[in-house]
Design a protein around this ligand. Structure first.
Ligand code: SF4
Length: 63
């Protein structure tokens, strides 16, 4: 599974980073960076939480 971001929707609030810091990082410039795309099995629930917590619905998971 893979985490995907619509950068046109992301506003760099960083909630995803606080839920899954191994996967997301908001830089000093306010831009979100995806640190890894492939989701490890043990991280699936964290990434699902990041998807539902994103206020702009910019995240989704692809199988
Ligand atoms: S929670 Fe959503 S809007 Fe905020 S940085 Fe992450 S992807 Fe972007």
């Amino acid at each position: 599974m893979k985490i995907c971001v619509d950068m046109n929707k992301c506003t760099g609030l960083g909630i995803c980073e606080s839920v899954a810091p191994d996967y997301f990082e908001v830089g000093d410039d306010g831009e979100l960076r995806v640190l890894r795309e492939e989701i490890a099995l043990e991280d699936v629930s964290d990434l699902e939480e990041s998807v539902t917590s994103c206020p702009t619905e910019a995240l989704w998971i692809e199988p």
